[in-house]
Design a protein around this ligand. Structure first.
Ligand SMILES: NC(=O)NC1=NC(=O)NC1=O
Length: 174
C-alpha cells in the first residue's frame, strides 16, 4: 500500500491497519486519521509523533504501560500481539537461556518498581545481549530522562511498523 491508498481508506479500514503501530494504543491512529490526507508516509509518522509528544506526562506513561514486558509473561503465554511477537523473537527473546530469562525478569521488575512503567526498547534494533545491557543501565536513569528515552523507543518501534505497512517508492499521487 502506498500513501495514496492510505488516504483513500475509510476510518474503519485505517484503524484496522494502523491501530497497533503504537502497541495497544489504537487511540493514536484514531486521533491522526482526522489529518488525512497525508502527503507522505513521513507526514503520517510526523502526525503520530506529534500526537505522542503533545500528551501530558501521564499520557506518555500510559502509552509505555501498554507495552508488554520483553521476554515476559505475554511471551510465555503466547498472548503477545503479532507485531510484538515478531519483534521479540527476532531479537532472540523467545530463546533465552533460563539464567537470561531470570535476569531479564528481575531487571524488568526492578525497572517497573522504580519508574512505574515497563522498560521499552525497540527490539528490532537490538539483540538480547544489548537489551539486557540497556535494561540494566537504564534502571539507574533519572525518571524524566528515562520516560523521554522510552518514548523515543516507542517512536522507533512505530517507525518500523509503519515502514512495514506503507510503501514509499511510489510518489504521492495527491
Ligand atoms: N517492552 C518492550 O520494549 N516491548 C517491545 N519492544 C518491541 O520492539 N516490541 C515490543 O513489544
Amino acid at each position: 500500500m502506498d500513501i495514496s491508498a492510505v488516504n483513500a481508506l475509510a476510518y474503519e479500514e485505517f484503524e484496522k491497519i494502523f491501530g497497533n503501530v503504537v502497541e495497544k494504543c489504537p487511540i493514536v491512529a484514531a486521533a491522526v486519521w482526522s489529518q488525512c490526507p497525508f502527503k507522505s508516509l513521513t507526514a503520517l509518522e510526523d502526525a503520530i509523533f506529534e500526537f505522542i509528544d503533545t500528551l501530558p506526562e501521564s499520557g506518555k506513561e500510559g502509552i509505555l504501560r501498554c507495552h508488554p514486558d520483553l521476554a515476559g509473561r505475554d511471551l510465555q503465554m503466547g498472548t503477545l500481539t503479532q507485531e510484538s511477537r515478531e519483534e521479540q523473537s527476532r531479537a532472540g527473546l523467545d530463546a533465552l537461556e533460563s539464567a537470561e530469562r531470570t535476569r531479564m525478569a528481575q531487571l524488568n521488575e526492578e525497572y517497573k518498581a522504580r519508574f512505574g512503567f515497563p522498560f521499552v526498547i525497540c527490539a528490532r534494533m537490538n539483540d538480547k545481549a544489548n537489551i539486557l545491557r540497556q535494561l540494566s543501565e537504564r534502571c539507574q536513569s533519572e525518571r524524566a530522562a528515562e520516560r523521554a528515552r522510552a518514548v523515543e523507543e516507542v517512536k522507533k518501534i512505530c517507525h518500523l511498523r509503519l515502514q512495514g505497512l506503507v510503501r514509499t517508492d511510489a510518489p504521492n499521487k495527491l
